[in-house]
Design a protein around this ligand. Structure first.
Ligand code: DQA
Length: 174
């Protein structure tokens, strides 16, 4: 079973009572509960980590490679400042999805830059708790071993449009 590690950055432990007009009313515990439910449905394992300390987050990412298949991270304020977390993700060589509850591009200009985005597979922001749920779905796709899909045209023996090659008249004369 693939395992996804969810990392919550600083001050996200305050969710529920921290600026609910920006971050919504869900507590971190409730967000984790919804993520767990989705993980159960998708038959993947999920683990959670929250810290207000940059070094702790760097340590956890550094150890993730051996046990996890993908990372889902809301780096919170460290999104905009942390070269250390960016380097840790780059070094971990694990697919990583970056999420934010708020739309960071519709807020103060210092939030418009994410140092994490260039080392993430992608970023989802602005959808509240749904950013996490969509982010987990993306992380699960990245965590699962890839199934090679063939393009449709190669799967079918003959493309539909070319099935009747012989003109009707020739078929009748046989
Ligand atoms: C945040 C956005 C960051 O700019 C902010 O520092 C946070 C939360 C979000 O989820 O919207 O703490 O990452």
């Amino acid at each position: 079973m693939p395992k996804v590690l969810v990392i919550h950055g600083p001050n996200l432990d305050l969710l529920g009572r921290r600026q609910p007009e920006i971050y919504g009313n869900f507590t971190l515990h409730e967000i984790n509960k919804h993520l767990k439910k989705l993980a159960r449905k998708e038959k993947i394992e999920i683990k959670f980590f929250q810290s207000n300390h940059e070094g702790n987050i760097v340590d956890v990412i550094g150890k993730a490679k051996d046990s996890f298949a993908a990372l889902l991270i809301n780096p919170a304020a460290y999104t905009h400042t942390s070269v250390a977390i960016r380097d840790a993700i780059g070094a971990a060589d694990l697919p990583c999805v970056e999420v934010h509850l708020s739309n960071i591009y519709a807020r103060e200009t210092f939030r418009h830059t994410s140092l994490i985005a260039p080392v993430a597979a992608g970023q989802i922001c602005g959808f509240g708790i749904d950013s996490y749920l969509l982010g987990l779905q993306a992380a699960i796709k990245l965590a699962r071993p890839k199934r090679r899909l063939k393009p449709k045209s190669r799967r079918r023996s003959k493309p539909k449009s070319r099935r009747r090659l012989k003109p009707k008249s020739r078929r009748r004369s046989k």
